[in-house]
Design a protein around this ligand. Sequence first.
Ligand code: MD3
Ligand code: FE
Length: 214
Amino acid sequence: MDLFDAQEREAGAQPLAPGAVLLRGHARTCAADVLRGVAAVSALSPFRHLVTPGGHAMSVATTSCGSLGWHSDDNGYRYTALDPLNSRPWPDMPTALRSLAAAAAEAAGYPRFEPDTCLINRYAPGARLTLHQDRHERSHAWPIVSVSLGIPAVFVFGGARRSDRIARLRLTHGDVVVWGGPSRLNFHGVLPLLAATHPLTGDCRINLTFRRAG
Ligand code: MD3
Ligand code: FE
């Protein structure tokens, strides 16, 4: 039997690592509302391929909403209050996104999570995210809530050191992962996406990452 199939049949809250919880399919019922919110955000702050401090355009297209947004250029990675593309504040976080993040965090054992930013990543086939840590937030005491929508991806995650052994996890439409406590600084990434289609997103994957950055 395929290991991925076995993983996907499990429901409810599954521990992945200390402080990390997988909520399989948690966002399935609100997905259409959430994707309408993503469309409203990207109408104001369009998806763009950011350039890393090393000078490479990312294969993943990004935008943000909330009081802060994620940006990178020659000067480094950072959160900004204005979208550098249009010099306006990032779009407000749509209610459907805010409620999903709070409900998922609570279901994973992190009540009172109020994110101030949602990074929206759009993956076309072939797009990937190399192994990295999320460590640009002011406090690492808050969890990160990650929501996968659309076509599947293989997510990889290790430990607090780059050399720690790596586990793979296939994430599909509606899956939510909450990363907190000792897992908050784990290395993680996404393998190059295989071509597929999904009725709600077409040929892409959308990942939402809710954080308390400020
Ligand atoms: C594990 N995004 O934008 S979210 C990112 O699917 C990012 O787009 C991925 O990594 C994506 O930075 C994965 C899942 C995630 C986010 C933060 C983590 C996993 C994490 C922090 C610590 C450990
Ligand atoms: Fe990350």
